[in-house]
Design a protein around this ligand. Structure first.
Ligand SMILES: [Zn+2]
Length: 211
């Protein structure tokens, strides 16, 4: 079945990575579980863990920098602002999934953010070729906006927004990269099996009732 997605790394350090785009994985840090909406970015330390799990941060220098910011009031304020941004991003994603464009207000917000926190690029030599790579090298706390703004800008300008969708069984959003573009679930392990079992039971009930 083309919709099967059983990658071993779906959960990394308590965070879900099934969306094919880190910005959507970020959106999915507030899933709605059986007990209701669950905030996974509970504090700045949780955000540090998410940065590392998502592989946006890998250098020891940045890890240490994040740790040094952790106790500051600015870190708490940053996280609050980031969570609020996540909900505005959710609105934009829901609009795009419904076939509409994000609000003008959100685009204005991204434009203002991109000017303030541009993502720089570096050239690296890979064997004989020169490749251009994004260069995220935060020096101060506000620089942490950079990867979110850049990825959100990329998402809203992606020509394949029809591949953006929400799992049929839960609130998780993902970018469908399957060949047929027919992926329906966040993950086979999480929702696919649940739905298949429910469909099987429904069929069985109907068969039992008609026999
Ligand atoms: Zn799901």
């Amino acid at each position: 079945m083309s919709t099967v997605l059983q990658e071993p790394g779906e959960w990394v350090d308590g965070f879900l990575f099934v969306a094919n785009k880190p910005i959507l994985d970020f959106l999915n840090t507030r899933p709605v579980l059986a007990q209701g909406p669950t905030e996974l970015l509970t504090d700045f330390h949780a955000l540090e863990r998410w940065f590392i799990a998502s592989e946006i941060v890998s250098s020891a220098r940045v890890k240490n920098l994040l740790r040094s910011w952790r106790p500051s009031p600015e870190a708490a304020a940053f996280l609050k602002g980031l969570r609020e941004f996540r909900e505005r991003l959710r609105d934009a994603v829901l609009r795009m999934e419904g076939g509409s464009a994000p609000s003008d207000e959100f685009i204005r917000e991204l434009n203002a953010g991109l000017l303030q926190h541009p993502l720089t690029a570096v050239l690296r030599k890979r064997e004989k070729r020169i490749v251009r790579e994004s260069h995220f090298d935060p020096q101060q706390l506000a620089d942490l906006w950079t990867p979110f703004l850049d990825a959100a800008a990329e998402l809203v300008s992606d020509p394949d927004t029809h591949r953006l969708r929400q799992c049929e069984a839960c609130v998780v959003h993902f970018f469908d990269t399957s060949k047929k573009g027919s992926r329906r679930w966040c993950s086979m392990n999480i929702c696919g099996n649940k739905l298949k079992v429910a469909a099987y039971q429904r069929r069985k009930r109907n068969n039992d009732a008609s026999s």
